[in-house]
Design a protein around this ligand. Structure first.
Ligand SMILES: *[C@@H]1O[C@H](CO)[C@@H](O)[C@H](O)[C@H]1NC(C)=O
Ligand SMILES: *[C@@H]1O[C@H](CO)[C@@H](O)[C@H](O)[C@H]1NC(C)=O
Ligand SMILES: *[C@@H]1O[C@H](CO)[C@@H](O)[C@H](O)[C@H]1NC(C)=O
Ligand SMILES: *[C@@H]1O[C@H](CO)[C@@H](O)[C@H](O)[C@H]1NC(C)=O
Ligand SMILES: *[C@@H]1O[C@H](CO)[C@@H](O)[C@H](O)[C@H]1NC(C)=O
Ligand SMILES: *[C@@H]1O[C@H](CO)[C@@H](O)[C@H](O)[C@H]1NC(C)=O
Ligand SMILES: *[C@@H]1O[C@H](CO)[C@@H](O)[C@H](O)[C@H]1NC(C)=O
Ligand SMILES: CC(=O)N[C@H]1CO[C@H](CO)[C@@H](O)[C@@H]1O
Length: 821
């Protein structure tokens, strides 16, 4: 017998014993073929190798997926960019261990070669999803690293599985990184990639079309310095290995029977980690990166520092100022900051300022010496004039190693309680005075402030005296802050010329928007005060005198959640209301905008919901006027510089007619999507119709979605929220961009209160005083009934009153009068 044949026979015998065990086929041996339609199962039945067609594609790809879950979840694709056109594809392991995928006519579609000579090559699919080529003689064969001549884990696609390595194999030169699919129908590499970079001080970097987009920060011995959420999870543990053979990052799952994967999502550009939930039979995402606005790469430019707890988010480091003040002030921070004073090196001395809880800057221009202590690191940095910062490269224990940055510091971030220390180089003059001169300066500043306050007080008193005596038109803006004796409260009357001047003659450039009662313009008074001017449309039926009286009454309403009315102007048929200017525009500009919605984390949104509730309570009960807003909606909630909510447009309905607590009106103001059924249909309004609108506002703020249609219970946001509530799945209503910042119990409470506000019968809705209590306490809440849907009301009404034409015509009138906005 030919010796080669004997060898082959032996090989197959060994093979037989391997594959025969347990009956499942988890290996393909030399010269065997895997055809389209056949699968190779891993021994524990977790994964499967075979041919598949993704989404709507008809092309066939060779790939690996989970065998036991109904949602086809591909974890690896061999020929990502070159499908087999029909089902003629077949994979063969040739005698030298080459893997060859051919289509009709033996055309090679994909191939892979072993890294060396393999005796009796076999291809095996392991239970961790790794497809490996090994020698049949190699008995180990387990899922431990083993002697693999080729493995799919070295050529990742978009999925990072536990035990896979992200990084470099320095012996073979392989660099393992990830790229998203192009689309759900096309596994070819998309423009979203994820890799480990900067081998000196490695960090992971996500790129979108080649542009840096999110960075994890470098590995500091325990975790990536910019991914604090990592250390919080008991399900995983992480390994980072760096030696002369390999530099890589890896994660493991404690519970082996749990299915976990991380993917690059091509549709939302997120790095998502999810687990399979056997109960609900779906993948549950529990970690998404980037996580918040400050995670945007380089948002604050060089020497800028991002913090989610500050507004604006970006700040210059101490001793630095914005490169371009104009851009900085218009929230374009990308140009970053420059030093106020140049470094002294080499002529004079420099020192370092310590910052704590920092995500370390981009490590591209960083070098590490693991043998140095922090003290020696400082010395070494100090003698090289281009060294701008240093810190420990490993923070385990007391900290060790030395990392130094050369050149600009980019993508710094301040955490409240994560990150680590960094020491940033400054000229000695900017640090030296930390105790002496600074304390001195503080003393001087305090003195100056005290003296000027005193002076101001005197001036104010003087002015007040003067005003009282002359009784002239009040034009000053100061002195309106607090409640004054009745007779002293006079509304500032502005001159039309002043306002016209401030708004560039009501130019379109100054227009902020079109409110329910007329356009709104931004203006700047001569003294620099920014104002918003509402030009009332002429349709008010009131005379000038009544109008002025109304405005004076409304100007008395003072609450921190109401926009402050600064004055008015009545001249030449023009009626203008002058308000304080709100820098952050309105709530709808944030929650409905995919990119800006990240700016409002849950804490802020809850603050907004609570603030609006208090503002509304004040209007309904605490103010002397009992005002019904009648047009509460996201675009009428303005946000100041600190994102405090302020209700605007209150009292306008009053100016334009009726002021009873419950009234019937022929003119239905208000906005489609926010109106209570009894108001929209019967024109009946009360404080409880505001409560209904507030319920809509809560649901929109929580979900980030507009309530567009209330006609069809299934399509509307309200209907959706109700369906989810009934099935105990309210969590699914939450805006995905909140998922990491929210306190679930608080969100669920808000949704619950929202549904109570949306009850069909006004009497079933809580008053605002109760809403405020319900939002802030932990007590149990009543079970809501089905919310009031316009559609059902309308249909029921017209059925029950088919004999009464009257009611139908009322419906028609009210709908034609709706203001579609
Ligand atoms: C592989 O597993 C699937 C499902 O678990 C099963 O239907 C198939 O028969 C298995 N194939 C082999 C060759 O064992
Ligand atoms: C096996 O396949 C590899 C990869 O395509 C190829 O380089 C090699 O020549 C093939 N060997 C044989 C014996 O066909
Ligand atoms: C990974 O790290 C853990 C501790 O975090 C350690 O017990 C384990 O041996 C490490 N594994 C590898 C493969 O380095
Ligand atoms: C491991 O995960 C499985 C599947 O999710 C679960 O059924 C099992 O209870 C878990 N075991 C432990 C010890 O947590
Ligand atoms: C990507 O995200 C979208 C929506 O966020 C989701 O529907 C889709 O399943 C995700 N795709 C992958 C591959 O995880
Ligand atoms: C690193 O240094 C080079 C050369 O000075 C510079 O062009 C580059 O912008 C720097 N990169 C970072 C991330 O600081
Ligand atoms: C400072 O360090 C940089 C980066 O390591 C190096 O290229 C440069 O030569 C050093 N300069 C001096 C004066 O030592
Ligand atoms: C013959 C071959 O290997 N063709 C392609 C299969 O897909 C990979 C990954 O996308 C490509 O790199 C190959 O060129």
């Amino acid at each position: 017998m030919d010796p080669f044949a004997v060898l082959l026979l032996c090989g197959s015998l060994v093979l037989f014993s391997v594959s025969g065990f347990g009956g499942a086929v988890d290996v393909i041996s030399a010269s065997q073929t895997l055809r389209d339609g056949e699968t190779l199962n891993s021994s524990g039945g977790v994964f499967q190798l075979g041919f598949f067609s993704p989404g709507r594609s008809t092309g066939r790809y060779l790939g690996i997926w989970y065998s036991n879950i109904p949602v086809q979840t591909i974890v690896w694709v061999a020929n990502r960019s070159k499908p087999v056109a029909d089902s003629s594809g077949s994979l063969i392991v040739n005698r030298t261990g080459g893997l060859v995928l051919t289509s009709r006519g033996n055309v090679v579609v994909w191939s892979a070669s072993p890294t060396g000579f393999v005796q009796n090559p076999v291809l095996q699919l392991l239970d961790n999803g790794n497809l490996v080529l090994r020698s049949a003689a190699d008995a180990s064969g387990g899922s431990s690293s083993g002697n693999f001549f080729w493995q799919s884990f070295d050529y990742p696609t978009d999925t990072f599985l536990p035990e896979m390595k992200l990084g470099w194999d320095l012996r073979t030169g392989i660099k393992r990184s990830f790229s998203s699919w192009s689309s759900p129908d096309d596994p070819s590499p998309g423009d979203f990639t994820w890799s480990l970079q900067n081998i000196e001080f490695p960090e992971t970097m996500a790129r979108k079309g080649g542009t840096k987009y999110f960075r994890s920060g470098p590995w500091n011995g325990l975790r990536f310095s910019g991914a604090p959420q990592q250390s919080l999870n008991p399900i995983f543990w992480y390994n980072f290995t760096s030696n002369e053979d390999e530099v890589y990052y890896m994660y493991h799952v404690n519970n082996k029977s749990m299915l976990v994967r991380s993917t690059l999502n091509h549709s939302n550009y997120m790095w998502e980690r999810s687990t399979w939930s056997p109960d609900s039979q779906e993948w549950r995402v529990f970690l998404q990166l980037p996580k918040d606005y400050c995670d945007n790469y380089g948002l604050c430019g060089p020497y800028g520092k991002c913090s989610m707890t500050n507004l604006p988010y970006c700040q210059c480091l101490k001793g630095f100022s914005p490169t371009s003040l104009d851009k900085w002030n218009s929230n374009d921070w990308s140009q970053g900051c420059v030093r106020n004073k140049p470094l002294g090196c080499p002529k004079s001395k420099d020192g370092f300022l310590k910052y704590s809880n920092i995500k370390l800057p981009d490590t591209t221009n960083c070098s590490v010496d693991a043998t140095l202590s922090l003290k020696d690191c400082e010395k070494k940095c100090l003698i090289n004039c281009s060294c701008t910062a240093y810190t420990n490269s490993d923070i385990r224990g007391k900290g060790s190693g030395c990392a130094m940055w050369f050149g600009e510091l980019l993508d710094l971030r301040q955490y409240p309680d994560a990150g680590q220390d960094i020491y940033i180089r400054m000229p000695a003059s900017e640090i030296a005075g930390k105790h002496g001169p600074v304390a001195w300066m503080i003393a001087v500043v305090v003195l100056v402030v005290a003296v000027s306050c005193g002076l101001l007080l005197v001036i104010c008193l003087f002015c007040r005296r003067k005003k009282n005596t002359t009784g002239n038109k009040e034009v000053s803006l100061i002195g309106q802050e607090h409640e004054m004796p009745e007779d002293d409260l006079e509304l500032p009357l502005f001159d039309l010329a002043t306002i016209s001047n401030a708004t560039n003659n009501f130019s379109d450039k100054n227009k902020l928007g079109e409110g329910g009662f007329g356009p709104v313009f931004k203006g700047v008074l001569d003294d620099g005060h920014e104002i918003a001017v509402k030009k009332l449309s002429a349709s008010s039926t009131q005379g000038m005198h009544e109008f002025k009286n109304e405005v004076i009454l409304i100007a008395k309403l003072q609450h921190r959640n109401l926009v402050k009315l600064l004055g008015c102007c009545i001249q030449d048929e023009e009626k203008l209301l002058i308000y304080e200017y709100m820098h952050n525009k309105s709530l709808d500009a944030f929650i409905f905008d995919p990119s800006r919605s990240k700016l409002l984390d849950w804490k802020r949104r809850f603050h907004i919901i609570s603030g609006v509730a208090r503002g509304l309570l004040y209007l309904h009960q605490d103010s002397r006027l009992r005002i019904i807003h009648r047009d509460l909606k996201a675009s009428n909630v303005l946000l100041d510089e600190e994102m405090n909510p302020k209700i605007s447009d209150f009292g306008l309905a009053r100016i334009f007619g009726g002021d009873q607590t419950e009234a019937n009106t022929t003119r239905v103001v208000g906005t489609y999507g926010y109106m209570a059924p009894e108001y929209a249909i019967d024109g009946l309004f009360s404080v409880k119709s505001d409560v209904f609108s507030f319920g809509i506002l809560i649901l929109e703020t929580v979900s980030g979605k507009r309530n567009r249609a209330i006609y069809h219970s299934n399509n509307s946001l309200v209907g959706h929220a109700w369906e989810l509530y009934k099935t105990g799945k309210s969590i699914e209503l939450i805006d995905p961009s909140l998922s990491d910042t929210c306190t679930i119990s608080e969100v669920l409470r808000c949704i619950h209160v929202g549904l109570l506000c949306l009850q069909e019968h006004p009497d079933d809705r809580p008053a605002m005083s109760l809403v405020v209590v319900m939002l802030s306490s932990n007590g149990s809440l009543p079970y809501p009934n089905q919310p009031g849907f316009l559609a059902e009301r309308k249909i029921r009404d017209s059925m029950s009153s088919s004999s009464k034409n009257e009611s139908i015509s009322v419906n028609d009138i009210s709908f034609t009068l709706l203001q579609p906005r």
